[in-house]
Design a protein around this ligand. Structure first.
Ligand code: NAP
Length: 280
C-alpha cells in the first residue's frame, strides 16, 4: 500500500512556520488581491486567500471590481499597488473577463510583488534557477516532496502537461533539484512507455482517470495535480486512484494532496516578497 501524502497536514505545518516567521518581522507582510467580475469559483478562491492571510497574521486587501471594468482601469489600480509601501504581494485572480488581456495585466505587476510568479522576469529566473518567488502549485509539490524526504536528485521524473502555470515550472523545479526530467503533452507518442520510466510522476492534465495503473512503475511516487469532476460530480484528480495506488510508494490523494499547498505557497511567496522589499 502506498503512503498517502497528506497535503492538509503539510500545509498546516507550513502555515504555522510562516506565521512564526511573520511575527518576527518588523513589518507585517501584505497581500492585495484583485478580482474582476462575478465568477463564483473565483470568489471562493479569493475568500480563501484572504482567510489564509488572516491565519498567518498578514495584512490583506481585496479589490472587487465589476465585470465592466476596463483594462486601463485595472492597470491603473495595479500601478497604484505597485508603489504602495505596505503592499508586498499583488495577485490578480484569473480568469479575467474576455475584454481584458491576461498577459498585459500579468506583466504590469512589478516582478518584486508578483506572488503568483507569472511575470516573464520571474519565469526567466525560474529557468535560470535563480528565482525567489516560485509558482505556487509546483512550489507546493516540491514542499511535499521535501516534507516526506523524497529524494529528487538522480531520479527519473516525468511531468505530464506543459502549461506555463504548472507543467513547465514543475519540470524546471525538478531539474533544479537534480532530477532527470521528461515533459509530456498531448503530442507525446507512446505516453505510457514514457511514464512507466518515472520514479516520480507528476500529472497536470485535467482529465479524470487519465493516468491508469499500466502507466505507473512499481514503487513510483505519483503526484496528482488534476482537479476534475467524476461522473458523480465529485472532485477527483487525473489518476485512476483505485487501480494505481497499490503500485505506488507515495501518492497524493485528490482532494487533500496538492490542492491545500497552493494557497500556502502564495503566503510563503508574500513573506519572501516582503523580506526582499524591506531589504532593498
Ligand atoms: P492546461 O493548461 O489545460 O494544461 C494541460 C496539459 O495537459 C497541456 O500541456 C496538454 O498538452 C496536456 N494534455 C492534454 N491532453 C493530453 C494527453 N492526451 N496526453 C498528454 N498530455 C495531455 O492545464 P493546467 O492549468 O496546467 O492544469 C492542469 C490540471 O491541474 C487541471 O485539472 C487544473 O484544474 C489543475 N490545477 C490544480 C491546481 C491545484 O492547486 N491543485 C493548480 C493549478 C491547476 P498540450 O500542451 O499539448 O495541449
Amino acid at each position: 500500500m502506498a503512503i498517502m501524502i497528506d497535503g492538509k497536514a503539510v500545509s498546516a505545518a507550513t502555515r504555522e512556520q510562516i506565521k512564526r516567521e511573520a511575527a518576527e518581522m518588523t513589518v507585517k507582510p501584505g497581500l492585495a488581491v484583485i478580482i474582476v467580475g462575478d465568477d463564483p469559483a473565483s470568489h471562493v478562491y479569493v475568500r480563501n486567500k484572504k482567510r489564509g492571510c488572516e491565519e498567518v497574521g498578514f495584512n490583506s486587501w481585496v479589490y472587487e471590481l465589476p465585470e465592466s471594468t476596463t483594462q486601463d482601469e485595472l492597470l491603473t489600480l495595479i500601478d497604484s499597488l505597485n508603489v504602495k509601501d505596505d503592499v508586498h504581494g499583488i495577485l490578480v485572480q484569473l480568469p479575467l473577463p474576455r475584454h481584458i488581456d491576461e498577459s498585459v495585466v500579468t506583466e504590469r505587476i512589478v516582478p518584486e510583488k508578483d506572488v503568483d510568479a507569472f511575470h516573464s522576469v520571474n519565469a526567466g529566473r525560474i529557468f535560470k534557477g535563480e528565482a525567489s518567488l516560485l509558482p505556487c502549485t509546483p512550489a507546493g509539490i516540491m514542499e511535499l516532496l521535501r516534507y516526506y524526504n523524497i529524494e529528487v536528485a538522480g531520479k527519473r521524473c516525468v511531468v505530464i502537461g506543459r502549461s506555463n502555470i504548472v507543467g513547465k515550472p514543475m519540470a524546471m523545479l525538478l531539474l533544479g533539484a537534480n532530477g532527470t526530467v521528461t515533459i509530456c503533452h498531448s503530442r507525446t507518442r507512446e505516453l505510457a512507455q514514457v511514464t512507466r520510466e518515472a520514479d516520480i510522476l507528476v500529472s497536470a492534465v485535467g482529465k479524470a482517470k487519465f493516468v491508469t495503473s499500466d502507466m505507473v512503475k512499481d514503487g513510483a511516487v505519483v503526484i496528482d495535480v488534476g482537479m476534475n469532476r467524476n461522473e458523480d460530480g465529485k472532485l477527483c484528480g487525473d489518476v485512476d486512484f483505485v487501480s494505481a495506488e497499490p503500485k505506488c510508494s507515495y501518492i497524493t490523494p485528490v482532494p487533500g494532496g496538492v490542492g491545500p499547498m497552493t494557497i500556502t505557497m502564495l503566503l510563503r511567496n508574500t513573506l519572501t516578497a516582503a523580506r526582499n522589499i524591506i531589504k532593498n
